[in-house]
Structure formats: C-alpha cells, structure tokens
Design a binder for this molecule. Structure first.
Ligand SMILES: Cc1cc2nc3c(=O)[nH]c(=O)nc-3n(C[C@H](O)[C@H](O)[C@H](O)COP(=O)(O)OP(=O)(O)OC[C@H]3O[C@@H](n4cnc5c(N)ncnc54)[C@H](O)[C@@H]3O)c2cc1C
Length: 520
C-alpha cells in the first residue's frame, strides 16, 4: 500500500489549501515544494538584513472567507487588514486622488476632477456589487458551462450586463460612467494588473471584476496587507494543514508524475526517489504540469495541443527596495508618515499612458513609461523593517517575457533604473533613500518560481480562459485525462490571485472520487 493517499505538488497557497482539506478529511497527504520556502508567489523574503518584503504578490483580500473560517486561519496566525486609505494616485500636474472606504470622501476626491463623475460613483459601485453578488457564489464550486450561464440570462438587462462584463474593454465600460481621464485611469489599473492587455483590450472589464472580489474581516471589495507580509498567508495555511496531519517537505522538486496504465501512480523527485500515491494534485501551472511533469506521451493529442496554446504571457517585473526614509511625494510633500503612504499607490496618470505602456510590451519592449503599482508595507506594519526604516515593493505591470532585443538577464538592471527614474519624477528623494535593491524579472519568476513564462496567474484571466474554459475547454472540473491526477493551482477555475478557491475545489473533486480511487 502506498505510504500516502495524496501527493500535492507545489507548496503555493493553493497546494497547501488542497493538502489541508484532504488531511482534514482523513487522507494521508504529502506536499512537495521545490523551493526552500513555502508560498509560491505569496512570500515574504529578507532582501537586506532586517528588511522583509513581499517580493512577488503584495496585496491580500481575494482569499475566500469560507477558507479562512473552515481552516481557522486566524487561529493559525493570519492577520489581514484592509489598505486604508485604499488607493493613492499622484498626477504630473501636482494633483492627486486618495480613495478611502468612505463614499462621501471619495465623492469629494472625484469632484476635484469632475462633479458629474462624483455623481456617477454610486451607480458604478452598484454595478460591481451586482457583479460580486452574481459571481461570488460560483467561486467555491466547479465552473458552469457557457451554455448554462447564457441560459440563466432571461431579461434584456441581464443580457446587457453579461455583454458589458465578458465582451467589453474596461475603457469602454468606464466611458459609460465617467468623463475625467484621471478618474478612469485610477479604476482601470485593476483591469490591466497581471494581464498583458491594455485598457482598450476587450475582456479587461472582466479582469477588473475579478479584482473586486476581495473580502477582509467582512468588508467587501477591498485589498489589504497581511502582518508579516504575504508569506504569512501560506505560513498560516501550512500550520493548519500540519495540524490536520499533512506532511510538508520543502526543497523537494518533483521531476515526473508517474503514470501507469492511464492512472497516476505517484511522483519522482529530482534525486530519483519515487513516492507512490493513488492521487496527485498539481498546484503547478497547467503547461508545466501536463507537458513537463506528465509528458505528452501519456495524454490525448488534442488535449496536449490545447494546453500548449494556453495564453501564458501575463508577466510582470518586481523591484523591491529597502529605504532609509519614506518617499517624499511632490503631490503631498513630506517624509513623515502620512495617510497616502499606507495606501496602494499607482503611477497611472491617464488612459493613454496605460495603453502606451501596454503597446511597448506588445512588441517585446519593457514599457518606456511604465505603469507602476507599489506599496510601502512598513507604513502599515512596522514589523517588516528596522525602526524608522521602510520597505517598498514596486510592480511594473507590463514586462513581456519575450524581449524583442536581449534577455532579461541583460535588461533587468536597466529596467529597474527606468522604474526608479519614473518614481523619482513623483518622489524626488527616492533614489537617495535606497539602502538596498532586489529585482525579480519575468525570467527569474520562471526559473526560480516555476511559473511558466512568468505568468502571474498560471494563464491569462481574460474571459476566454475563465469558467469552463480553464485550463482548457472540456477539462475544467479539476480532473484530467490521467485518472487520479487533479489540477488545483491558479490555472484551474476560478483562476489566479491569492484566492485559494482552485485548491479547495480540487480537494472537493478528489474527495468526491476518493471512494472509487481508494479501492482501485
Ligand atoms: C509579481 C506577482 C505579483 C502578484 N501580485 C498579487 C497580489 O498582489 N495579490 C494577489 O492576490 N495575487 C497576486 N499575484 C498572483 C498570485 O500570487 C498567484 O496567482 C498565486 O500565488 C498562485 O498561487 P498558486 O498556489 O496557484 O501557485 P504558485 O504561487 O505559483 O505556487 C506554485 C508552487 O509550486 C512550486 N513548484 C513548481 N514546480 C514544482 C515542482 N516541479 N515540484 C515541486 N514544486 C514545484 C513553486 O515553487 C510554487 O511554490 C501576483 C503574482 C506575481 C508573480
């Protein structure tokens, strides 16, 4: 008899969640993670003595509340808080927008740019509330087919709602609500974050919707920070999984998924050791899982073709900084701690700016004027930096994996410098405040984190790769052409972000099949 019932490949948050649920149901579960630390793209790393940074993902909130409760993650150390203020955008003319969780305050901010837009805010917020009410109940279940989804649409209003969400660009959608370019750009940031698409690309309205699904301590539609950085999320999940009896091994790269007579038989680790199990759940992206670890020989040809064609190109670039003082932002001057330092900060001054930043990436160039999103974790959470010092993590959203000229190993430092130059235009003290700097290029993300082509979501989250089309049409129910092999990472429904739903849903599918599999 195999020593484990289920092996989970990858100790990203989804793999750990799958392990926790399987162990909780009584299965002997083993997690194998190739890196020395758990968490995948949700990690905290020390980039300089005393400076601990969320080096990849930097905002929490998407992790489903049901998972937090069922796995008692607060009891295991998870402490999430909403970013408050929620978002800050400085503009080149010295104006700014500072959003809070306060409708009256936000209306005043927007009215600085357009009174009509301030009046449109409640209608805009209602639109996304309706989206959340529709979509949230579908996240912790296998996806419905497009045909079933369309059959639910019975009125012209519902049909139009579906059209807006699935088919339109965020630029078109925002034009229906607002006139100010600055206001539109502030909302469009979430629609192109983690997606190689400009605001005028169809489907980006849906991406914005995906990013409105956060909940922290009952507060809906919010992004937040975690005490200790993003690595505190997998750490809490790992504690829960271990408490339920799961075994977790790090520095244990899986080199092969073993298949015997069309059924999964276990895995082989890089050192050649084999571990048998009846079930394998892969928390690794679909391209790497099927074409790398299983191998095309064990899979139907049309499936292999579909997996090879999954659009995996939503890469980004991270610049992580240790700072001796806070950025002195010209729009709201001062290096003393102020409210805007606690928010998610965006350099996205106009819709054209965002579109041009994408245009460069489309042709294989890092953006000449990059769209940047950054957070200063230490402004909320002093535990991550020495007293009086700060951490800052910048995400440059359009960083194409394939460069038209050179490689990321050659170009990384130059792009980091361009990011600093862009930030300096808004915060002139930034460069001299830097104590240490650390970068992750898209190539590093593939090499060090096993994310194919640096795709932050294990495959684009545009509508044509979501729901029953994820990872590929016909195989969206977590099961795969290999009996006993399941996909439970961000490449499965409902997709990327530190959401946890793919891991939980894959575990549910395993448990449904377990009575049959355990007897086999
Ligand atoms: C730069 C960046 C910024 C992001 N920002 C945010 C954000 O702010 N908020 C948010 O919600 N989401 C963000 N995301 C997206 C989010 O982090 C990912 O979608 C999510 O972490 C995916 O989780 P996962 O568990 O499915 O996979 P991953 O986190 O990719 O984990 C997969 C794990 O599998 C391991 N692995 C790979 N191959 C093997 C192997 N052969 N053997 C054993 N282990 C293996 C990897 O080392 C990794 O630990 C960001 C992602 C990136 C890269």
């Amino acid at each position: 008899m195999p020593s484990f019932d289920a092996i989970i490949i990858g100790g990203g948050h989804n793999g750990l969640i799958a392990a926790a649920y399987l162990a909780r149901a009584g299965l002997r579960a083993l997690v194998l993670e190739r890196r020395p630390i758990l968490g995948g793209a949700s990690i905290t790393e020390e980039i300089h003595p005393g400076f601990r940074v969320s080096t990849l993902a930097y905002a929490c909130g998407l992790l489903r509340s049901e998972i937090k409760e069922e796995l008692e993650l607060e009891r295991f150390g998870l402490d999430e808080r909403p970013y408050d203020p929620s978002q800050f955008l400085p503009f080149p003319d010295g104006r700014h927008l500072l959003f809070r969780h306060d409708a009256a305050w936000n209306a005043e901010q927007v009215a600085k740019f357009s009174r009509a837009d301030a009046q449109a805010l409640p209608r805009y917020e209602r639109f996304w509330r309706e989206f959340a009410e529709l979509v949230e109940p579908t996240l912790l279940a296998p996806p419905v087919s497009l045909a079933d989804l369309v059959s639910l649409v019975r009125t012209p209003e519902a049909e139009d709602f579906l059209r807006q969400l699935m088919l339109r660009s965020v630029a078109d959608l925002l034009d229906d609500f607002f006139e100010s370019d600055e206001v539109k750009a502030s909302f469009a940031t979430s629609a192109v974050a983690g997606t190689l698409a400009g605001p005028r690309t169809p489907g980006t309205a849906f991406v914005l919707g995906h990013h409105t699904l956060g909940t922290i301590r009952g507060q809906k539609g919010v992004w937040g920070w975690v005490r200790g950085g993003m690595g505190a999320i997998p750490d809490a999940i790992a504690r829960a999984a271990r408490a339920h009896g799961a075994e977790i091994r790090t520095s244990a790269p899986v080199s092969r998924i073993l298949v015997r007579d069309g059924r999964v038989a276990g895995v082989e680790i890089l050192d050649g050791a084999r571990i048998e199990s009846r079930v394998v759940v892969s928390g690794v992206d679909p391209r790497r899982t099927f074409l790398g670890l299983v191998g095309a020989d064990h899979l139907p040809e049309d499936f292999v073709r579909a997996v090879a064609r999954i659009r995996m190109e939503s890469s980004s670039f991270k610049l992580n900084l240790a700072l001796r003082e806070l950025p002195d932002i010209t729009a709201v001057p001062g290096t003393h701690l102020q409210d805007h330092h606690r928010a998610i900060l965006d350099i996205a001054p106009s819709m054209d700016y965002l579109e041009r930043a994408f245009d460069d990436a489309k042709y294989g160039r890092p953006s000449r004027e990059p769209f940047l999103e950054f957070v200063i974790q230490s402004a909320n959470d002093p535990t991550v930096a020495p007293p009086g010092m700060h951490t800052l993590t910048v995400s440059a959203k359009f960083a194409p994996f394939d460069l038209a000229k050179g490689t990321w190993d050659d170009e990384g430092e130059a792009f980091a410098d361009r990011i600093l130059e862009t930030l300096e235009a808004y915060a002139p003290n930034l460069r001299r405040a830097v104590v240490a700097k650390h970068i992750y290029t898209p190539l590093d993300m593939e090499r060090e984190h096993g994310m194919t082509r640096g795709d932050v979501f294990h495959g684009a989250i545009l509508p044509y790769q979501m729901f029953s089309f994820r990872p590929v049409p016909g195989w969206s129910q977590y099961r795969t052409p290999v009996e006993g092999l399941y996909l439970g990472g961000a490449g499965a429904h409902p997709g990327g972000g530190v959401l946890g739903a793919p891991g939980r849903n894959a575990a549910t599918a395993v448990l449904e099949d377990w009575p049959r599999l355990k007897g086999a």
